[in-house]
Design a protein around this ligand. Sequence first.
Ligand code: HEC
Length: 300
Amino acid sequence: MFKNLKIGTKINLILIVVFILSILVTSTTLSTLLQHSAQNEVTSKAIILMRTMNSVRKYTQERINPLLKSRLETDTQFISETVPAFSAIKVFENFRKDDEFKSFIYREAAINPTNLRDKADGFETEILQRFRTNSKIQEITGFRSLPQGQIFYIARPLAITEPSCLECHSTVEKAPKSLLASYGRKNGFGWQLNEIVAAQIISVPSQEVFDDADHNWSMIMGLMIAIFAIVILVLNLLIKRVIVQRIKSIEKIAQQVSMGKMNIDFEEKYNDEIGGLAVAFNRMKYSLEIALNLLKKNEN
Ligand code: HEC
């Protein structure tokens, strides 16, 4: 079957097979690469935010709290600014005011929170329970579909690592008076040193990043298909001009010579393989002429 095909068709067939194979390989590799880099992008966003929030917590704990601690017993109103969780949550609220970041979410979800706003929902409780039952788990990540689109979340356990935390979170008796006045006596007590009390969860919108990756994939694939199509077109033209047409003209002349028309030559401008073929044909034609002439002479 393949034997009977014309040179142009043969080359085209090979090109198309190569083309389809490269498109298949490139499309899957490119898709994996782009998905991977999109995943890296959302993960690194979430990690940087998590680190920032922890720095804010640390700053409040080490710098702000000692400054205002003495007023917690005397003031009637609790100074929430002394609390690491409060400063982190407020800093994040400011960060979210920018339209670009409004769907980012920061949570310090606890089962027994001081501020009921931080009460873990079903999803968060599940994560928190996993941290509490297995202290080896240092991070849980994943995707979630929310009404505002797909989000990527990264959760880390938040433990009571310093005894100073217990000044407010151990018992009602130990807690500063103003804290009780502002937050009541029911919630956020009974925590132990080293206990994992909350899950720190950062949610980053991921839909857009993955949509961008898909968009880039289609652009690159489209460009590749266009380039391949142009290459096939140009190659076809070249094959026609440089090979097929010249072979056809040699064939035509050979046919005429074979029918006895000796006054035409195999003409070739180029010194390539086909040019060599024309020169050889010309030589053969002269030898044929000489042989024919000799034959004629002998007959006479
Ligand atoms: C000065 C008292 C005080 C100290 C010290 C303190 N906290 Fe709190 N903590 C609070 C209060 C009050 C809240 C609620 C803040 C709010 O309204 O956002 C809170 C909130 C939290 C929350 C969020 C969940 C919840 O209960 O609402 C976590 C987690 C937390 N604290 C952990 C810690 C850790 C860990 C430390 C030690 C590094 C610490 N706290 C030190 C008073 C304190």
